[in-house]
Design a binder for this molecule. Structure first.
Ligand SMILES: [Zn+2]
Length: 88
């Protein structure tokens, strides 16, 4: 039986790209315990991520669109892990 992984969601792929850029630049980090992404609220790291997006946009995207994608993902990520105790 032939199984094929379909890549029907371009948005999902783009989001994955944006998350990897944000992680590489230190703009976000993953909760070690729960795996949720957290915004480190570091404006310099945000700026670095935007620079990378503008200079090295993924295939089929302009620098401006790539920056917009980073902004989108950043807006969807909170600065705390939803599963960690609030006082930790
Ligand atoms: Zn957590």
């Amino acid at each position: 039986m032939l199984m094929r992984k379909e890549r029907r969601s371009a948005i999902r792929t783009l989001r994955g790209w944006a998350i990897s850029v944000l992680q590489e630049t230190g703009a976000i980090r993953e909760c070690e315990e729960h795996g949720w992404m957290q915004d480190r609220t570091d404006p310099h790291a945000h700026q670095r991520a935007f620079d990378v997006a503008r200079q090295e946009p993924p295939d089929g995207l302009s620098g401006t669109e790539a920056v917009a994608e980073i902004e989108d993902v950043l807006a969807s990520i909170g600065d705390t892990c939803p599963e960690c105790p609030p006082d930790c």
